[in-house]
Ligand binder design. Structure first.
Ligand SMILES: NC(=O)c1ccc[n+]([C@@H]2O[C@H](COP(=O)([O-])OP(=O)(O)OC[C@H]3O[C@@H](n4cnc5c(N)ncnc54)[C@H](O)[C@@H]3O)[C@@H](O)[C@H]2O)c1
Length: 260
């Protein structure tokens, strides 16, 4: 086990973020759990504290799309001892064709997935630079690379493609300070958001033709959905010292989805 890290996980009340928080706690680290859903966050912290013991999982109710809230979050983390690792797992999706999408819906998705990530990176940068082993792992998506058959998810796809390049830029800018930054991009994973994607696939994608329809109907070559713990394992690896020579890259954890 490596020396305990001070970790901040956004989107930690549910799904992949929650599984990532669990993995860091299981390995002896301290975790600030960030989410805008206060009741789900309270439950998550109670559950993790019961499992891993008191004092290492702390809740922070924050909407990462609101600049003032994000600034306060990192000011509090600085006061509470600093930060070694930032995990950006908060994310939202929605459906809608570009031709029908309102600017409000577009801005909402981009506001959380891309601008919210930007705000967190900006707020965390000075703290990570002060750490001797600063690292960031952002949760991207296969949607950064592949458009769902039939379309209907453009804002999400654009936000995730932007996120990959944002993190790469952050990696280059912060390498002189010894801070690493990478992306883990999951394929379909069994979470609340994953369930929304599956519903969309049933309505929109079935009208599409060809190999992509096959892919959406039958899934990735491995033919099963990822579990949040499986994504968390990749996040934990990239955040830690075993990945000290890895920065500015993206790890696809998708059961082979993007290989076909
Ligand atoms: N589940 C999948 O199939 C899948 C696939 C690829 C990528 N992802 C990505 O994984 C990440 C985690 O998603 P998940 O599947 O665990 O979904 P989830 O809905 O289970 O969890 C997302 C969490 O983020 C929180 N959140 C949303 N907006 C927020 C905001 N503005 N501020 C603070 N918290 C906010 C939610 O309250 C929720 O607790 C997302 O970035 C998502 O895009 C998921």
């Amino acid at each position: 086990m490596t020396a305990p890290r001070r970790v901040c996980v956004t989107g930690a009340a549910s799904g992949i973020g929650h599984a990532a928080a669990d993995a860091f706690l299981a390995n002896g680290h301290h975790v600030a759990l960030v989410d805008r859903d206060e009741s789900a966050l309270t439950e998550a912290v109670e559950r993790l504290t019961a499992e891993h013991g008191p004092g290492r999982a702390l809740p922070y109710v924050v909407d990462i799309a609101v600049a003032g809230q994000v600034e306060s979050l990192f000011a509090r983390l600085a006061e509470d001892g600093g930060l070694d690792t930032l995990i950006l797992a908060a994310g939202v999706t929605s459906d809608g064709f570009v031709s029908d999408m309102s600017e409000h819906d577009w801005s909402y998705i981009l506001g959380v997935n891309l601008t919210g990530s930007f705000l967190c990176l900006k707020g965390a940068a000075p703290l990570l630079r002060r750490s001797s082993r600063g690292s960031v792992v952002a949760v991207g998506s296969v949607s950064a690379h592949v458009v769902g058959a039939g379309g209907g998810c453009a804002a999400y796809e654009a936000s995730k493609a932007g996120l990959v390049q944002l993190v790469r830029a952050f990696a280059v800018e912060n390498a002189p300070y010894g801070v690493r930054a990478n992306v883990v991009s999951p394929g379909r994973t069994a979470t609340r958001l994953g369930e929304n994607t599956r519903r969309l696939a049933e309505t929109v994608y079935t009208s599409a033709d060809g190999p992509r329809r096959e892919r959406h109907s039958f899934g990735a070559p491995l033919r099963f959905e990822g579990r949040p713990e499986e994504i968390a394992g990749a996040i934990h690896f990239l955040a830690g010292d075993d990945a000290r020579f890895i920065t500015g890259t993206e790890l696809l954890v998708d059961g082979g989805y993007t290989a076909i």
